[in-house]
Design a protein around this ligand. Structure first.
Ligand SMILES: C[S@@+](CC[C@H](N)C(=O)[O-])C[C@H]1O[C@@H](n2cnc3c(N)ncnc32)[C@H](O)[C@@H]1O
Ligand code: SF4
Ligand code: SF4
Length: 316
């Protein structure tokens, strides 16, 4: 924050990293579905990239994809990044496979529904019971091994599951989870009757929020409520984040992974901090009109704009 306020050039604190483009599901809403392929990051490249990210000042790495649990070296890679460089690690997974939660600061399971039929319709495969069992195993591992890993589940609300918000929350409130996140779909708009039904359930869910671990990610819903408009221009928080593809390409954020205009460079060809020399130029030329509501930068941007507005910073 000091770097940001003083010269506008903070180190990227946290990056999303694509271990693999393979996936064992086919979610109909997936922003990444057109890019699913057999490509993976090699263990050697991962180690090199981790070193570069460390030199750039990165402190945390979130594994995503594709489905990161499909990489057969995931555990070795996580241990390497955590123990060699002290990175805090996060994992976003569909939970069909379970490789343990050791060395992760947080793990989020993308579950979406607790109904078998809805699961198969949205996610393309009948394996909900396997996923629910894996969430329970993760909770049990956390208890048994006294881990401090934050474990959450997520529902992306679509036309197919929008009537199930409350039953989803009720089901998971019985478990010893840290949070249960309900978020809007990024790349589609709801029908009027659907959004009205969602608002009614979210109102009940907000009342549950105080008494359970529910997180509604309100800023994402308020952008939907604001007719899909953001309350800020550009992306002031872009310098705090980044996304690394399976081939080492470094992009502004995960939304624009593989988009040529959002690429700073390649972490295998260009040594770490060198890549940031391009950053100002890429960010200046970038067209932010395609940024979806509720993206990774939304909350960061609102926070940063608020901070910049503080006139007398020695008063709270
Ligand atoms: C692309 S997935 C990759 C990780 C993993 N395969 C999974 O599903 O958790 C990362 C996250 O993006 C979410 N996601 C994908 N498409 C989305 C969309 N259109 N709107 C909101 N979230 C989306 C998924 O639910 C998941 O939580
Ligand atoms: S499991 Fe994840 S990567 Fe795979 S299709 Fe679903 S959202 Fe996309
Ligand atoms: S999608 Fe979000 S995080 Fe990415 S550049 Fe746009 S505002 Fe920033």
């Amino acid at each position: 924050m000091r770097q940001y306020l003083e010269d506008g050039n903070p180190d990227p604190i946290s990056v999303k990293l694509y271990l693999t483009e393979k996936c064992n599901l086919a979610c109909d809403y997936c922003v990444y579905k057109d890019r699913i392929s057999a490509r993976e990051m090699t263990q050697e490249d991962f180690q090199y990239i981790a070193g570069s990210l460390f030199q750039m000042g990165v402190r945390s790495i979130v594994l995503t994809g594709g489905e990161p649990s499909m990489h057969d070296k995931i555990q070795d890679m996580v241990s390497y990044a955590h123990f060699k460089y002290g990175f805090d690690m996060g994992l976003i997974t569909n939970g069909v496979l379970y490789n343990g939660i050791w060395n992760f600061k947080w793990v989020r399971f993308s579950v979406d529904t607790i109904r078998d039929a809805t699961y198969e319709k949205i996610k393309g495969k009948a394996c909900l019971q396997k996923v629910l069992a894996n969430v329970e195993i993760a909770i049990e591992d956390k208890r048994r091994y006294h881990l401090d890993t934050t474990i959450g589940v997520q529902m992306v609300v679509t036309e197919d599951n929008h009537r199930e918000i409350l039953e989803f929350l009720e089901y998971f409130s019985e478990m010893d989870l840290d949070y249960c996140q309900i978020r809007p779909v990024e790349n589609a708009r709801y029908k009027t009757e659907t959004i009205n039904f969602i608002w009614d359930q979210l109102e009940v869910a907000r009342q549950m929020e105080g008494s359970s671990q529910t997180v509604l990610t309100d800023y994402k819903w308020s952008e939907v409520d604001n007719n899909y408009k953001k309350s800020y221009e550009g992306c002031p928080g872009a310098k705090f984040i980044g996304a690394v593809g399976v081939n080492g390409d470094f992009h502004i954020c995960c939304t624009f992974m593989n988009h040529p205009d959002s690429k700073y460079g390649n972490l295998i060809k260009d040594r770490g901090p060198e890549i940031l020399k391009n950053r100002d130029q890429v960010l200046k030329k970038f067209d932010y009109s395609k940024c979806p509501v509720g993206c990774q930068g939304s909350l960061i941007n609102k926070y940063l704009i608020g901070i910049k507005k503080i006139k007398h910073r020695n008063f709270i």
